[in-house]
Write a protein that binds this ligand. Structure first.
Ligand code: MN
Length: 143
């Protein structure tokens, strides 16, 4: 795939490579931006989620910051309702909080993910987000 094909005109970064299907439901793309090292102890990547795509439940031992750059997405912490995220919003995720993030069913969603304090660990992956969990906000609204 050429660079032009891999980059829509309104995006900042190339889409990168397909996100691993063992940790993502649906189609998502990851472009690494900053690799982990002992100076910054951070991993930074751009993630594009196609409509309906989301990552598994997971936590970050060192925390994570999400900067939403395009589209509309979902963010949910375990035991709480899904939050809707729009372009321009920033989410700070404390260490060890179990959560997931992804696109809404009808919109593509792009964020920059900054995993911090990586000397404590980058990510612990858990189970996939079920359709029942993913559609819980929509179903709630329909009642
Ligand atoms: Mn996360």
């Amino acid at each position: 795939m050429s660079t032009a094909e891999n980059q829509a005109s309104n995006t900042i970064f190339p889409k990168g490579d397909r996100a691993p299907t063992e940790y993502f439901t649906g189609t998502a793309w990851i472009k690494p931006l900053v690799a982990n090292d002992t100076t910054f102890n951070s991993v930074i990547g751009n993630v594009v989620f196609e409509p309906g795509a989301r990552n598994n439940w997971h936590n970050h031992p060192g925390g994570q910051i999400l900067i939403v750059t395009d589209g509309t997405g979902y963010y949910q912490e375990k035991g709480k309702d899904i939050q809707i995220l729009q372009k321009g919003e920033v989410v700070t995720i404390p260490p060890d909080v179990i959560h997931w993030h992804g696109a809404t069913p009808d919109s593509e969603f792009t964020h920059i993910a900054i995993s911090t304090n990586t000397q404590k660990g980058v990510v612990d992956w858990l189970q996939p987000v079920t359709d029942e969990e993913y559609y819980s906000l929509k179903n709630k609204g329909d009642r």
